[in-house]
Design a binder for this molecule. Structure first.
Ligand code: AMP
Ligand code: ZN
Length: 466
């Protein structure tokens, strides 16, 4: 295999990947905060870490990967102000925060699996690592990097030789007096809470040398990375929003505790936009993988949609784009089957050339659009051959599109979205009430949504995709 090159936020350049331990790559991915459903933007981040893991394995490495579940301590601002997201959700839903965490973790993993993402070696909850967290806070204090206030234990950034290290010198929105109120107890405006004293009504809290309290979100990831991967590992991933606060603070804590930055590569995925803008509740454009599936877009089509851009640039989600990916995925499946069932001879050089270009693309900082263009060339090759089908399956170790089972997907009964089923039912009622004008209107509406209906003799309605 050719050398693997990855973009490192630390230093802001593409670098040749050399693992710490030549036989096993260790990577840590910041996982979801399980206070609500993960949306398609969040899943762009997990599709990215899955592709990275698959590319590493394709390069012959054994991969030890860890993803955390944040089930306490992530405040409504990513810094150390606001309310704990878990407690806020618990109050809103009238449930226990542990129940909330369990519910949204399960929902997350259902969507994770539907996207055919490989599970990390370890998935660990923050609340399963509390004793290790208390130990690390003690170390940071003992080493002189933290101090106690009435609100908690704060990290003193002025003790570091350099802060921040990943982002540019001035952290946007973090200058003293800018967006955050300056806490008079803090020694420096950029100091942050590593351990938080719990207010009376906070449910998730633990006894500690500093009273009943709970961990800060940044501390959690420092501890879980160290516990499961050690003090030096290869890659740490997250979204670009993690660069200026979460990851800076993780590195600061690690230096304060064991003296160095733990990861050689820090990799960040850019945001997914919807219709050119941010996803927001008020715009009603926050979708989950399951919601897309209900609308008739299978999760793997969303995954393929993600391969239309580099992980390092923003990707604009539209339903037109998703529809195109859905059509492309089925074309890919039919193309694979056409090769699988044929036996024209392809010369070795052609195969080698495809393979070389695919490998080069994925090893060029996961250039998936370039990798996909090689796949399409193979699909479109006029000579149909099992040799090419085998090559596509080999590439699918990276793509994770389950192409081996193409036939099953193509033969699957048409999944009709609930919205269409409801309209069909409404039309049935209109007909029963002899409101034929309404029934015709509903038929037109169903047609306009891309489905045709046929009434059969027995009263059954046949639904087909137009
Ligand atoms: P959270 O559950 O809020 O901690 O976020 C989980 C992951 O999703 C983090 O890695 C975020 O950086 C990432 N993320 C959040 N919103 C988006 C988005 N719109 N596009 C891509 N990644 C996102
Ligand atoms: Zn994290």
């Amino acid at each position: 295999m050719e050398d693997l090159f990855l973009y490192n936020t630390l230093g802001r350049k593409v670098e040749k990947f050399i693992p710490v331990d030549k036989d096993e790559v260790k990577m840590y991915s910041c996982g979801p905060t399980v206070y609500s459903y993960a949306h398609i933007g969040n899943f762009r981040a997990y599709i990215f870490s899955d592709t990275l893991r698959r590319v590493l394995k394709y390069n012959g490495y054994k991969v030890n990967s860890v993803m955390n579940l944040t089930d306490v301590g992530h405040l409504t601002s990513d810094a150390d102000t606001g309310e704990d997201k878990m407690e806020k959700a618990a109050r809103k839903e009238g449930k226990d925060p542990y129940e909330i965490a369990k519910f949204y973790t399960d929902a997350f993993l259902v969507d994770y699996d539907r996207l055919n993402l490989q599970r990390p070696t370890t998935i660990t909850k923050a609340t399963d690592n509390i004793p290790q967290m208390i130990e690390m806070v003690k170390e940071i204090i003992d080493n002189g990097y933290a101090y106690e206030t009435s609100k908690g234990i704060y990290f003193d950034v002025s003790k570091l030789k350099q802060y921040p290290v990943l982002s540019n010198n001035v952290i946007e929105g973090q200058e003293a007096g800018a967006r955050i109120e300056v806490d008079p107890e803090k020694r420096n405006p950029q100091d942050f809470a590593i351990w938080i004293k719990a207010p009376e009504n906070h449910i998730m809290k633990w006894d500690s040398p500093w009273g009943v309290s709970y961990p800060g979100w940044h501390l959690e990831c420092s501890v879980m990375g160290r516990r499961f991967l050690g003090e030096k590992f290869d890659i740490h991933t997250g979204g670009v929003d993690h660069i200026p606060i979460h990851h800076e603070n993780e590195i600061a804590q690690d230096i304060g505790s064991f003296g160095h930055n733990p990861a050689n590569f820090w990799m960040h995925v850019e945001f997914l936009l919807v219709d050119g803008g941010k996803m927001s509740k008020s715009l009603g454009n926050i979708y989950t993988i399951s919601e897309l599936a209900e609308k008739g877009y299978e999760p793997l089509a969303f995954k393929l949609f993600n391969y239309t851009s580099s992980y390092r640039i923003q990707l604009n989600f539209t339903f037109d784009g998703l529809q195109a990916a859905k059509t492309a995925l089925n074309r890919l499946r039919r193309g694979y089957l056409a090769h699988r069932d044929a036996n024209e001879l392809i010369d070795e050089d052609t195969i080698k050339d495809y393979e070389l270009r695919f490998n080069k693309a994925i090893n060029d900082d996961l250039n998936m659009p370039a990798a996909m263009s090689v796949v399409w060339e193979i699909i479109k090759n006029e000579k149909k051959s099992k040799q090419l089908a085998d090559l596509i399956l080999k590439f699918d170790q990276v793509l994770g599109l389950d192409l081996e089972n193409s036939e099953n997907y193509l033969n699957e009964k048409l999944e009709v979205p609930q919205e269409i089923l409801d309209l069909v039912e409404e039309r049935k009622n209109a007909k029963a009430n002899k409101d034929y004008a309404k029934a015709d209107e509903l038929r037109d509406l169903i047609n306009s949504k891309g489905y045709s209906i046929k009434d059969s003799a027995g009263g059954e309605v046949q639904i087909e995709k137009i």
